[in-house]
Design a protein around this ligand. Structure first.
Ligand code: GLP
Length: 262
């Protein structure tokens, strides 16, 4: 089902909302979008988190199904920047986002070194690393397509509330809600989740030429409704996406349950 912007009266931008039956259908659609972008030589903004695991599995399948000459070309030209990384975790720490990307994409697809970029969580000066990373995104010409998940408190990347629409790439302290959300990867203990992270800001995210927000599961239904159907506010950083001129939102029926359709 594709909902037209007109059926979401409180969404201010030209948002395209696509409600798929389930997680697999969401993953298939999003993988198709990513593949399309890769074939057009796009600079991708990539995300981590449980929402992305089926998406990346579907993308791996799609890439492996390509004729070898075509997939070699796509993989050789791959350019992506991840959204964020925990401060203090080395690339090979199993819970780092760098290790997540290695398991999900870089390893299985044998991506050439350096084409999948991610902030260095072990940089001696995390604030300087965040500035360097934001500048690297801009030096690459900005992001053509930014893939986003949605935090349970409305964050995108690690832009924690309250957050304006023009925050730069930076190092910040994670909220308790986020450390709880991500505790499962750290043995269920929120205090084991690193206290700080480096994230691309809302400024770089909103500057992406296209944004693809992916949300699945009933637990995200209320925060998705607030992000899309309440006036944009610092309390829900994802709500700033309503201003984006090229926003596609892909959700499953469970996540769409609280949306109001007229
Ligand atoms: C994490 C990441 C986000 C991710 C979000 C949702 O903390 N920083 O980039 O999109 O939270 O995670 P999940 O997909 O596991 O629910």
């Amino acid at each position: 089902m594709i909902a037209s912007p007109a059926s979401l009266p409180t969404v201010t931008g030209p948002c395209q909302l696509r409600v798929e039956r389930d997680v697999d259908a969401v993953a298939a659609h999003v993988a198709g979008r990513l593949l399309q972008a890769l074939e057009q030589d796009a600079v991708l903004g990539l995300a981590t988190g449980r929402t992305m695991e089926p998406v990346y599995a579907a993308l791996r399948q799609r890439l492996k199904a390509l004729p070898p000459a075509q997939s070699v070309l796509v993989l050789r030209r791959w350019r992506s920047f991840n959204l964020d990384e925990y401060v203090g975790l080395a690339q090979d720490h199993p819970q780092s986002f760098a290790a997540f990307m290695q398991r999900q994409l870089a390893g299985p697809l044998q991506l050439p070194g350096g084409c999948l970029q991610i902030p260095d969580g072990r940089a001696a000066d995390p604030a300087a690393e965040a500035r360097r990373y934001g500048a690297a995104v801009m030096a690459a010409g900005g992001l053509d397509l930014q893939l986003l998940g949605l935090g349970s408190n409305g964050h995108v990347g690690f832009n924690e509330p309250p957050c304006s629409a023009s925050e730069p790439s930076r190092c910040l302290v994670l909220s308790h809600a986020t450390r709880e959300q991500n505790a499962a990867a750290f043995g269920g203990d929120p205090t084991a989740v690193p206290e700080c992270a480096i994230t691309l800001g809302t400024a770089e995210i909103l500057a992406a030429r296209r944004v693809l927000l992916v949300v699945t599961g009933a637990a995200k239904a209320q925060i998705l409704r607030r992000a899309l159907q309440e006036p944009p506010s610092p309390e829900v950083p994802a709500s700033w996406l309503q201003h984006h001129p090229q926003l596609e939102v892909v959700v499953d029926q469970a996540a769409a349950a609280a949306l109001v359709f007229s």
